[in-house]
Design a protein around this ligand. Structure first.
Ligand SMILES: *Cc1c(COP(=O)(O)O)cnc(C)c1O
Length: 356
């Protein structure tokens, strides 16, 4: 099923959805389609003209992120909401876990669906985000003056038309205690054509507004993606990135070093490297929790600190985010702390000055 989307957007692009699209585009995978269909009920398949050009092989690092696999049928792990976003949700589609900021889901859709999506219980389904839920979310934010920052996510907020997004942003800006707006998006990677000078000019009116962009592999930084980042950076919008550590896709220091340095050249400051969330059907993407620490440790001291994100893990059982960092302290005694530098050299930090 292919359809053109254009209403409200400057450029139309081809978005293809569902089993028919999968069957026609990837016949080899579709051989097992009957087995895979239940997966698509959980998280739909979607692709678009940009990704179609990019995915030369379903096994390439971008293909592996968007094309369903029978590994998603694994039932050894059943949790669909390990972050317990629903338990921390005072109104539908809004999660208030940390005192001064909320996560606000404002779109059902993405430009394509990541097979490791941690919000597959909601994303890609119609009628999850409604006019009503947006109104209720805004009402909650308005009523809670402790909320300093609103993080718009979804789905992807940039799948809304410019007009709808503008309306939402002005409603948020009308709330005096909302200091900062943050948008989480994957559009510059998956559908860079969506980022237009008109969109950037509109966003610019709602500063301070930060955009955090999901990029997982250096191949995603195509010329088109780089241009979309240029448009946003030229509008003065601070850009950060989020990366999910994915087994067999980017779980090596070499690949991530290339990604982070490339992002920095595009004026994107790497913000978080995430341990993949332990959501049902995504087990084949998980890495050992120490893998990320090892990778970050290999980067410290070898590339610019500007290019190195925090390694974060969003804990199961709704524990929230924590930062994992390599340990440089080797020994603590009453007189000194012995540390190791990035080259492995041992250095003593005296604490004697405390006595004087
Ligand atoms: C990740 C997250 C945030 C933002 O956390 P930061 O550490 O500020 O990036 C806010 N709310 C929820 C529910 C989150 O999961």
């Amino acid at each position: 099923m292919a359809h053109q989307r254009g209403a409200g957007f400057e450029d139309a692009w081809e978005i293809m959805d569902g089993p028919d699209a999968l069957r026609s585009l990837y016949p080899r995978i579709a051989e097992d389609l009957e087995d895979i269909l239940p997966i698509l009920d959980r998280l739909p398949f979607r692709i678009n003209s940009h990704l179609l050009k990019l995915i030369q092989d379903p096994q390439d690092p971008i293909g592996l992120q968007v094309i369903p696999s029978d590994k998603e049928l694994d039932t050894s792990f059943k949790d669909l909401d390990p972050l317990r976003e629903e338990s921390y949700s005072p109104v539908e589609n809004l999660t208030h876990r940390y005192p001064d900021r909320v996560l606000f889901l404002v779109s059902n859709e993405c430009a394509a669906y990541c097979r490791f999506c941690n919000r597959r219980r909601k994303v890609g389904r119609p009628h999850v985000v409604t006019e009503h839920s947006i109104r209720e979310g805004l009402r909650y934010i308005r009523a809670n003056p402790g909320i300093r920052e609103v993080l718009l996510s979804g789905g992807d907020p940039f799948m809304l038309s410019d007009q709808r997004l503008e309306k939402l942003l002005s409603s948020l800006r009308d709330i005096p205690h909302v200091e900062v707006i943050r948008i989480g998006t994957r559009v510059p990677s998956y559908l860079p054509q969506r980022i237009t000078p008109n969109l950037a000019a509109m966003l610019k009116r709602f500063q301070p507004l930060f955009i955090n962009i999901h990029f997982n592999h250096p191949k995603e930084l195509t010329l088109e993606a780089q241009m979309s980042l240029g448009i946003l950076a030229d509008a003065g919008i601070p850009l950060g990135s989020q990366t999910v550590l994915l087994k067999g896709i980017n779980d090596s220091a070499g690949i991530l070093k290339e990604l982070f340095l490339k992002l920095l050249r595009c004026r994107v400051r790497p913000y978080y490297l995430f341990q993949a969330d332990m959501v049902a059907g995504t087990r084949h993407f998980w890495t050992h929790p120490l893998k990320g620490v090892e990778i970050i440790k290999a980067l410290y001291g070898t590339i610019s600190g500007l290019a190195i994100p925090h390694l974060a893990i969003d804990l199961p059982e709704g524990g929230g985010k924590i930062i994992l960092a390599p340990e440089y302290i080797r020994e603590i005694t009453s007189e000194a702390i012995r540390v190791e530098n990035f080259e492995g050299r041992s250095i003593k930090l005296t604490t004697h000055w405390e006595d004087t």
